[in-house]
Ligand binder design. Structure first.
Ligand code: UDX
Length: 438
């Protein structure tokens, strides 16, 4: 059992804290946001994540999990996970390191000899070496390790308890061996389950995360570029993806074409990676990521154009129902959400847009109060000239086209995620269109 803190209780940190308690550790979650901490301490998750409310309640009850907004409470814990956000800087591609720097600096006075600071945030390569200097400057007998996090929203609990790999970025020599021993204790359960472990240096560990997210973004933009060619040539991108995906060297996962990627990670991570490569004089190496980003952003414009085409050349004053606002299903996260971006563009261009989402309405409403909000798909679709599915929640995938057809003004549907059963919708009298398909 390790006594640990988890600093930063957002999507990553709060789930990490609860899951570490589930693995038997004694965990203190710390965040500067006192309101968030009060909620967590009361067992109320500040965001939607399947399976998280149960783990939170169970671990609070076990007494192994507590929360605090006072960094001084970190004293007496041996391992300190830094899980704060690294958003994109305003008007720049680079990552904003203010939160990581503030959290680490605030922790410094409370470190004891033998403590281990573990960075989990996604950071520009070189950060671990810099923070290690900072830590050693104040507490020469404390250590720092880098341990990137790969969890996916919507599967965060499962990904934390059963990661597909664990990466340690360690200092050299004896210090590295001490840090490794502490991390091995933290991850004793997944390591006993034969989870692959990669032990490396700081810069490699930092780059693993940047490289993984860049690869995933590239895969999505690759298939979306193919979708553009499919549209131009009358081919079908979903069948193309199935066919190339059977090649195990390629694989079918992350080849779902549609509105493209969004969220708090992929878009800002590829931009921060380009910015950092530029600082290092390696900008040519990542020039292709600019194209990956452009292909991705084009999807959103194309989706609005498709709506315009469907409505005979203009969306002004037309009633459009948007099903889905979260950046992906099973999440209430609207950070850089393609769905919300498309809904907002159409509203700004004069359409009457009514949106809905199973979980993300409250978050979207704060950002875009001018959109019309509905409780359900049926409420949103009432009298609509066009229905658009922009986040592929199961409840939208399985909508009954016959029943929905009874409430709309016109049976026109745009499938922004290639997620619907095209034949069933056509059979129920709908005009069905999607990106990259005839
Ligand atoms: C991602 C990485 O997957 C995860 O490993 C990392 O730790 C954080 O960033 P996440 O942001 O939760 O996780 O979402 P992910 O499942 O990767 O999806 C990202 C976006 O790509 C979503 O908007 C999703 O809709 C889109 N996507 C995904 C596609 O458009 N097509 C696909 O085939 C897969």
């Amino acid at each position: 059992m390790t006594r640990m803190t988890v600093i930063g209780c957002g999507y990553l940190g709060a789930v990490h804290a609860a899951c570490m308690a589930q693995l038997g550790h004694d965990v203190l979650g710390i965040d500067v946001d006192a309101a968030k901490i009060a909620k967590l301490q009361d067992g109320i998750p500040p965001f939607y994540e399947p399976g998280f409310p149960e783990v939170l309640a169970e671990q609070l009850a076990s007494g192994r999990l507590r929360f605090s907004s006072d960094m001084a409470d970190a004293q007496g814990h041996q391992v300190h996970f830094v899980c704060v956000g690294t958003p994109q800087k305003r008007n720049e591609y680079a990552a904003d390191m203010a939160y990581v720097d503030a959290a680490t600096t605030a922790l410094l006075p409370h470190l004891s000899p033998g403590d281990l600071v573990v960075g989990k945030s996604t950071v520009p390569v070189g950060t671990a070496a810099r923070l290690s200097e900072l830590v050693r400057g104040v507490q020469p007998e404390a250590l720092l390790a880098w341990n990137p996090e790969f969890l996916r929203e919507g599967f965060a609990v499962q990904d934390t308890l059963h990661p597909d790999r664990i990466v340690y970025g360690l200092p050299e020599g004896e210090d590295g061996a001490r840090a490794k021993a502490l991390l091995d204790e933290v991850y004793a359960t997944p390591l006993a389950d034969d989870t692959p472990l990669v032990v490396t240096d700081y810069p490699t560990a930092e780059l693993v995360k940047a490289a993984a997210n860049s690869f995933l973004a590239t895969k999505i933009s690759f298939i979306n570029a193919m979708a553009e060619v499919c549209e131009a040539s009358g081919a079908d991108v979903t069948q193309l993806a199935d066919a190339i995906g059977y090649d195990t060297r390629i694989g079918r996962r992350f080849l779902n074409s549609g509105l493209g990627f969004g969220g708090g990670c992929l878009p800002k991570d590829i931009r921060a990676f380009m910015a950092r490569a530029g600082e290092l004089g390696a900008d040519q190496a990542l020039a292709f990521l600019r194209e990956i980003d452009s292909i991705n952003l084009r999807r959103r414009v194309r989706m609005v154009d498709l709506a315009r085409e469907e409505l005979g050349g203009s969306i002004v004053g037309r009633r459009i129902a948007v099903l889905g606002l979260a950046f992906k299903p099973n999440s209430d996260d609207i950070r850089d959400s393609p769905a919300l971006n498309v809904a907002a563009q159409m509203r700004l261009q004069g359409a009457s847009v009514v949106v809905t989402d199973p979980e993300a309405v409250a978050n979207a409403q704060r950002l875009w109060p001018d959109l019309g909000y509905a409780e359900s798909a049926f409420d949103a679709a009432k009298d609509a000239d066009l229905v658009m599915v922009l986040t592929e929640w199961d409840e939208y995938r399985t909508l009954d086209p016959v029943k929905l057809g009874e409430v709309v003004a016109d049976r026109r549907i745009l499938d922004g995620r290639n997620a619907l059963d095209r034949d069933a919708w056509r059979a129920a009298g709908w005009t069905y269109r999607a990106l990259g398909r005839k």
